[in-house]
Ligand binder design. Structure first.
Ligand SMILES: Cc1cc2nc3c(=O)[nH]c(=O)nc-3n(C[C@H](O)[C@H](O)[C@H](O)COP(=O)(O)OP(=O)(O)OC[C@H]3O[C@@H](n4cnc5c(N)ncnc54)[C@H](O)[C@@H]3O)c2cc1C
Length: 590
């Protein structure tokens, strides 16, 4: 089987490009050091080699499916959940006294990225359980924490996020699942939820659905949405588990992520579904945003991880497949060259590499900001970290998924006809990654969030912070003659972005709201291209700074510089075309 991950890449990103070591100076992370990072990454890879990667294909061939009221999945799902629980991978981010390892988000996300690259369907069950449990530890009462979290972190109970309803996908305002208060501390829940990942399967003893619903009499709109903990089996007075009237009505059959169940759940068909309010009434969506924001960065990172596995498979194939001769060689008796020698194959591979590593770098930066904010590192800057993270979150989600799909498509292209067959894994990566631009907020919704909310937030402060950070990197690069021309180009793109933004915001100020956001996705594309250019300049600076120490080979550092040149020549120029579309004339559809 081809390699699916490069640990050196993760080491470079964490230790040299995004300086995870800075975090270890703070009490929350003081138990960690550089060697711990190496050990954790290696342990994640060793576990994935045995428990995840060997099941990548078979979980696709034997997909999750509904049978007689329950969802059946490959039996490895249960082993993965329990094994991850025993190793502490599920709750790794949380506090020691809540059963966690106080692992920084940066490291946790890298670990789960290794799992994703190995088997993205299997990792889904783990990521969801960890995210759901952390919502409970953040907002739940001690009783809720005690009842649910240890079992979830142990991988015995599966966590889910249950938001979507048939009529309420992108627009959660329209959910109708209802919650009726009782005098006994719980609510009676009633409603349907669809597309619930991990909502049922054979590998867990119980399911804990973090569910959005409306308390009877709640105000309309998002201000009336609350968050509930709804187990499939609830503990009774004797602490025995009894059925909680959560029916599994079906499992959606999908083009990809077929090993990952996607269920239709019915709450309270027999009026006996109990749910427990998490935190305060009507704050549900705000709480859920904690999980959704983490998940958005996580999905961006996952897409890059899946694209990385696809790239490594394509790269290996390109070295092994002989085909054709180089231009200029007219000797029909000359041996064919491996396709890696063809310029166009190198173009495809480099395009994949710059997309994947640029995305992983941006995700690492987002995680670093999140760590600094949560651990209250540098309190004076806490608000700025938060604002910067706010504006980067829709970008990392969208660039990495949309461009990740393109990267995997190019990987498949490298294999020619074989890429399209079931004999090679590229088709599966291509099918698996496609959903990532849809769930956790579609590209259209993320783009509206970026332009319509984040750019305007706090009178444009988040946007100004982003521009200032990019300028800072350009200033550092000015000192290196090899990087200075790229710094110059980045500054020019920042100026262009600022002008385009000002022009678009003018529509909002004039009350032309529809016109303002009509091309939000084109704006997202432009912004993503520039932000990733920033990341490449940042990576190149790190490579120049660390190459003398030699943690990695000279070729490794040289390739970073090659990627920088490639990105600025072949990818970044598309931002100018986006700017033209955004500023010249009216959109054709408003
Ligand atoms: C495999 C899978 C797993 C999932 N897992 C979960 C899960 O675990 N929990 C959960 O709660 N949900 C889950 N979902 C649901 C997922 O989040 C939704 O499918 C997604 O948010 C889109 O909603 P929708 O499908 O109703 O599409 P719609 O909201 O109907 O959108 C259709 C199209 O219209 C566009 N659109 C919609 N509204 C607007 C607007 N205002 N402006 C511009 N364009 C707009 C969208 O961008 C999209 O292109 C999952 C879905 C799938 C397929």
């Amino acid at each position: 089987m081809p390699p699916y991950v490069s640990l050196d890449l993760f080491r470079f990103l964490l230790l040299e490009a995004h300086n995870i070591q800075d975090l270890f100076e703070h009490p929350r992370f003081a138990h960690l050091d550089e060697s711990a990072v190496d050990l954790v990454l290696q342990a994640a890879k060793d576990w994935s080699d045995v428990e995840l990667y060997p099941y990548f294909r078979v979980m696709d061939e034997q997909p999750a499916h509904w049978h007689a009221g329950r969802v059946r999945t490959h039996e490895q799902v249960g082993r993965v959940l329990r094994g991850a629980g025993e190793n502490g991978w599920i709750g790794a981010r949380d506090d020691f006294d809540l059963g966690g390892m106080q692992m920084p988000e940066m490291l946790y996300t890298a670990v789960h990225g290794i799992f994703e690259a190995a088997n993205n369907s299997a990792q889904g069950y783990l990521g969801l359980t960890g995210g759901a449990a952390r919502l409970i530890t953040t907002f739940g009462s001690p009783e809720l924490i005690e009842t649910y979290v240890p079992k979830m972190y142990a991988g015995q109970w599966q966590g889910t996020m249950a938001l979507t309803e048939a009529q309420a996908g992108s627009s959660l305002t329209d959910i109708t699942t209802s919650a009726q208060p009782t005098t006994e501390g719980f609510y009676h829940l009633k409603g349907h939820k669809i597309f619930i990942s991990g909502g049922d399967h054979g590998g867990a003893d119980n399911f804990v659905h973090l569910t959005l619903a409306r308390i009877e009499g709640a105000p309309p709109g998002v201000k009336g949405i609350s968050l509930f903990v709804i187990p499939r089996m609830r503990p009774d007075a004797n602490n025995e588990l009894v059925f909680n009237d959560v029916q599994t009505a079906g499992d959606f059959q999908k083009m990809g992520q077929r090993g990952y169940s996607t269920t239709h759940l019915v709450f309270g068909e027999n009026d006996d579904c109990h749910g427990w309010l998490l935190g305060q009434p009507h704050q549900g969506l705000a709480y859920m945003f904690q999980m959704m924001n983490e998940a958005r960065i996580g999905v961006g990172h996952s897409a890059a991880a899946v694209a990385l596995a696809a790239y490594l498979a394509a790269n290996q194939y390109a070295h092994e497949r002989p085909q054709g001769r180089l231009p200029g060689n007219r000797d029909p008796l000359a041996a064919p060259v491996p396709i890696i020698r063809h310029a166009d194959v190198q173009r495809m591979l480099l395009t994949q590499q710059v997309i994947i590593e640029g995305s992983l770098s941006l995700a690492a930066l987002c995680c670093r900001l999140s760590d600094m904010e949560h651990a209250a590192i540098d309190n004076a800057q806490k608000k700025d970290h938060w604002l910067l993270l706010e504006i980067l979150t829709p970008i990392v989600k969208t660039y990495s998924t949309e461009q990740g799909i393109r990267a995997v498509s190019l990987g498949l292209q490298v294999l020619g006809g074989y890429g399209f067959t079931m004999d090679f894994p590229l088709q599966q990566y291509y099918r698996d990654i496609r959903i990532m631009a849809i769930y956790e907020g579609t590209t259209g919704i993320q783009s509206l969030d970026l332009l319509g909310r984040k750019v305007l937030a706090e009178n444009g402060r988040a946007f100004q912070l982003l521009l200032a950070e990019m300028q800072k990197t350009a200033e550092k690069a000015d000192a290196d003659p090899e990087l200075q021309p790229f710094a110059q180009e980045l500054r020019q793109e920042c100026r262009r972005l600022a002008e385009v933004t000002q022009q678009l915001v003018g529509f909002a100020q004039a009350g032309k709201v529809e016109r303002f956001t009509a091309d939000a996705t084109v704006y997202m594309e432009m912004t993503g291209l520039i932000v990733i250019a920033w990341q490449w300049l940042h990576l190149a600076l790190a490579a120049q700074q660390h190459r003398a120490e030699g943690r990695f080979s000279p070729d490794f550092y040289a390739q970073v510089l090659r990627c920088l040149r490639f990105y600025f020549r072949y990818e970044l120029p598309h931002a100018e075309a986006n700017a033209r579309t955004l500023t010249q004339g009216e959109p054709v559809y408003v």
